[in-house]
Design a protein around this ligand. Structure first.
Ligand code: PSU
Ligand code: MN
Length: 305
């Protein structure tokens, strides 16, 4: 819930506030995927479509972002569109969310920052594409996304297509386990790999319907176990790019990142853009399909809660 001291910085869209007050289902959506994850106009079309899907499933969508220093829980169509064309938007995680507020900046919220804002507003379910995780080569770069720590501390269900295959999925799973984050593959015994339905790694836990996910989340809370959970939802079969096809592209993208000395926050956006080029746009098409698929499942989980 919003601490009283945070309230002056947070604007909740009236439709979202109404739904929350009435105890109706709300699904949060992140905005780094809009500002840094996809090129215009695909970002804007995707953002509108996921909101439509959530509404179609009987929940209220709340796209979260920081605009001119305001933490926005839910955006109007016009505001979402203006974010999609903002040049120089920040990429905001736990470390810099308050900076953007204090300095009246505009930025897309990552999974971590979106979880923080969703929790402030009392939203329990959040849909995205993929979470950040342990990057390949993290033993040298120390590049581990703040998304993992956030999952460990903030009680929100994050519905994703797993960790992006540009990450080290095995190490990401290890960190999540260490941090006590339940990882539930939806309808699958193996972890999905974002663009592909299957990674080589077994799913730590499996559930097959939204009610079971809701029950698990409620049970954790009842036992006093803090933190969120990750639901890994495989991309629909007719939209996937098989892992063996993706592997070559990912390697090439990673080599380009190393050659161009891309580091820090720029790594994920760089790799996504590079893959878009290398796959002639196929990676983006799959990315959009999996976000939509996650939005649908998140709405069903929100309803079950
Ligand atoms: N999934 C996508 N595109 C994205 C991201 C996820 O399909 O752009 C973003 C999410 O906001 C995620 C962030 O939280 O990338 C992770 O960035 P980093 O590895 O720098 O923590
Ligand atoms: Mn990083």
């Amino acid at each position: 819930m919003t601490p009283a001291s945070a309230r002056p910085f947070v604007d909740v869209l009236p439709a979202v506030a109404k739904a929350l007050a009435a105890g109706r289902p709300v699904v949060a959506l992140e905005s780094t995927i809009i500002t840094h994850g996809m090129p215009y106009p695909h970002n804007s079309a995707m953002a509108a479509e996921v909101e439509r899907i959530i509404a179609e499933e009987g929940a209220v969508p709340a796209t979260i972002a920081v605009m001119d220093g305001r933490i926005r829980i839910g955006l109007s169509d016009g505001e979402r569109e203006s974010l999609a064309v903002t040049d120089g938007a920040m990429k905001l995680s736990r470390a810099d969310l308050a900076y953007a507020v204090a300095e009246k900046r505009t930025g897309g919220t990552t999974v971590a920052a979106t979880m923080i804002a969703a929790h402030m507003a009392g939203i329990k379910v959040f849909a995205t594409g993929g979470i950040g995780g342990v990057h390949k080569g993290a033993e040298a770069s120390f590049d581990i996304s703040a998304d993992l720590d956030e999952l460990a501390r903030t009680p929100v269900i994050v519905v994703s297509a797993g960790a992006k295959a540009i990450l080290d999925i095995e190490k990401t799973l290890e960190v999540l386990e260490t941090r006590g984050v339940p990882v539930v593959a939806y309808g699958s015994d193996v972890m999905p790999a974002f663009w592909s339905r299957q990674s080589p790694y077994a799913a730590p836990l499996r559930l097959d319907d939204p009610k079971a996910v809701a029950k698990f989340f409620a049970t954790r809370a009842a036992l006093g176990l803090a933190g969120g959970m990750l639901v890994a939802n495989p991309v629909p079969a007719d939209e996937e790019i098989p892992a063996e096809r993706m592997a070559g592209f990912i390697e090439a993208a990673q080599k380009a990142a190393v050659a161009q000395r891309i580091s820090g926050k720029a790594v994920t956006p760089f790799l996504l853009a590079k893959l878009f080029d290398l796959t002639d746009g196929a990676s983006l098409k799959t990315n959009i399909a999996l976000v939509e698929n996650n939005a649908r499942l998140a709405a069903r989980i929100a309803r079950a809660l």
